[in-house]
Design a protein around this ligand. Structure first.
Ligand code: DHE
Length: 517
């Protein structure tokens, strides 16, 4: 059980510099450490390390130091620090830490916060369809909006940890949701109560989270330290921390972790070593085989068994490290991006080896891959982060069926089993305001929407019936635009602070075809 604390007190200490021309480290200690931690790993303010800062979009670090950050506790230091001091401080916080920090099970447990005010209700405190709720992550001021998926009224808007990344994960009954920030915080929120339940810091720099099939466990994939943290979803206490390293002991970051429901396991790709891990979430998991090794003594190839039971780990050795990935609908195959971004690879999880390479140059973004049936054949599509196209692959023989030219490289793809269309954004370049709508059968672009000329328009999520498609205007004074998914006409426009991902409870818990898992 994590300790019960009423609330996190926000500490802001603004002191003055005592000595002339202090070093950036001294300025940091005087001005920043109280909120961001003496070790730069965060406190009431976020961690100030390159792993977090280099992914921050928006104003430069030096501007934030000078002018503060609107709608946060970050004050402006322009009247206390010279321009040179600000520049030196910005460089200092972008410098890598001298050594890999430790973040043990005890550290994680000590970070936990349970909210005293939380009262679990017997039923939802609202009348909306609890299965058709949307969460909208608003990265502009680090909040999440909870929307009624029929009326699009806002039921709640709550603060999140700093810089939420990746999809929130829902318990199988759709009641609780878990949200992760790049700083490693995991937040638990009760959708029936419209209240935060607890939060805990599972890592120092994290990638994403996955929930187990039975909803009991949450896996947190970390870059810093090189670990996979498994939390109990009940009270967020730590069930296990895996140090992530290959058989030879070389440590690795975790690229991404996902639930494989038909396999009752978590599957994770490792960024720095050529292994994929599968971790059983079934307490009765049988031993599986970790691939094959050549035995010189016996002159033959031998199978290597793994452990059995809950959290039994299986290693699958692959030719090279894999970045983000997705599964085919059978969950037999993992389709991932080779770390250098030059191709896709298919790893068959049943036999435990790579079975195909996919001709996907230009950094395919396979984490956004989706699949559907086209003329009786299952196909999958992926955007490319560095090329203006979508690639369509046949899942039966892994051949390239074709490419669809887009107005620029895209980030996200979406569809729904009740929709004839795939929606593809153009995240990068001069046409970032375009959203292509593509016919799933002809693979033709039927319409290109430009609902906010000149602004980034990205990421789509359907309601549970596939009737509406919600699109983000990804700007600080942005909006979520509700489109009729058939007529492609705008229905509503809801002002939001830099909305990024949107997540529909039903689509997520049913693993709807066309949405992210
Ligand atoms: Fe993401 C999902 C990795 C940059 C916004 N991103 C994911 C997931 C992974 C991933 C592994 C799947 C998580 C899940 O849903 O469980 N993202 C990466 C990267 O490797 C990359 C390219 C570099 C990095 O910064 O780490 C990257 N991602 C970004 C951004 O720059 C985006 C646009 C803005 C941001 O918030 O940082 C961004 N990523 C998102 C979003 C999702 C996501 C909104 C969830 C999509 C969904 O529909 O599920």
């Amino acid at each position: 059980m994590i300790p019960r604390i009423a609330s996190i007190s926000l500490l802001l200490t603004v002191s003055t510099i005592a000595v002339a021309e202090p070093s950036a480290k001294t300025v940091y200690e005087q001005k920043c450490a109280a909120c961001h931690g003496a070790d730069r790993l965060g406190g009431t303010g976020p961690a100030l390390i390159p792993e977090t800062l280099k992914r921050m979009r928006g104003p430069a670090v030096s501007q934030v130091i000078s002018n503060g950050r609107a709608a946060t506790q970050m004050p402006a230091f322009a009247d206390q620090l010279s321009a040179d001091e600000v520049a030196a401080l910005a460089d200092y916080v972008k410098t890598p830490l001298e050594r890999q920090p430790k973040w043990s099970k005890e550290n994680i447990m000590a970070s936990g916060v349970l909210h005293d005010g939380y009262q679990p209700p017997d039923k939802p405190v609202f009348n909306a369809d609890a299965m058709n709720i949307f969460l909208v992550v608003e990265t502009g001021d680090h909040h999440v909006s909870v929307l009624d998926g029929d009326t699009f009224e806002r039921l709640d808007r709550f603060p999140t940890p700093f810089a939420v990344h990746g999809g929130p994960k829902f318990t199988p009954d759709g009641r609780f949701v878990f949200i992760m920030s790049r700083d490693g915080w995991v937040q638990k929120y009760d959708l029936w109560a419209l209240q935060e339940v607890a939060r805990i810091r599972a890592g120092l720099n994290s990638r994403n989270i996955a929930i187990s099939k039975d909803g009991l466990w949450l896996a947190v994939a970390n870059y810093l330290p090189n670990t996979l943290t498994i939390l109990s979803t009940g009270d967020l206490s730590v069930a296990r921390v895996f140090d992530v390293a290959d058989k030879a002991g070389t440590p690795s970051r975790v690229s991404a972790v996902y639930q494989a429901p038909t396999r009752d396991s978590f599957v994770l790709a490792l960024k720095d070593v050529a292994e994929i891990w599968e971790i059983a979430t079934d307490p009765n998991a049988q031993p599986v085989y970790e691939g094959y090794v050549h035995s010189h003594e016996a002159g033959m190839v031998e199978a290597v068994p793994s452990s059995s039971g809950l959290f039994a780990r299986r290693r699958i050795v692959v030719p090279e490290p894999i970045d983000d990935f997705f599964f085919d609908p059978s969950y037999r195959n993992l389709i991932g991006t080779a770390r250098d971004g030059s191709k896709g690879v298919v790893v068959n999880l049943t036999v435990g080896r790579q079975i195909a390479e996919l001709p996907l140059p230009g950094m395919p973004h396979l984490g956004s891959g989706i699949s559907w049936m086209r003329n009786g054949r299952r196909v999958m599509a992926t955007p490319h982060l560095k090329e203006p196209k979508l690639s369509i692959i046949g899942v039966d023989d892994w051949s390239l069926i074709g490419t669809i030219k887009t107005e620029g490289p895209g980030f996200f793809l979406r569809s729904h089993e009740n929709s004839d269309y795939v929606w593809a954004d153009v995240f990068f370049g001069p046409h970032k305001d375009a959203m292509h709508v593509i016919d799933k059968q002809t693979l033709e672009i039927v319409k290109t929407l430009r609902p906010a000329p000149g602004k980034t328009v990205a990421h789509v999520e359907f309601d549970r019936n596939g009737r509406y498609a919600l699109v983000s205007v990804w700007e600080d004074d942005g909006a979520v635009i509700v489109f009729d998914a058939k007529t492609l006409e705008e229905v509503r426009r809801l002002p939001m602070r830099k909305p990024s991902g949107k997540y529909n409870v039903w689509n997520k818990i049913t693993f709807s075809e066309g949405t992210s898992h």
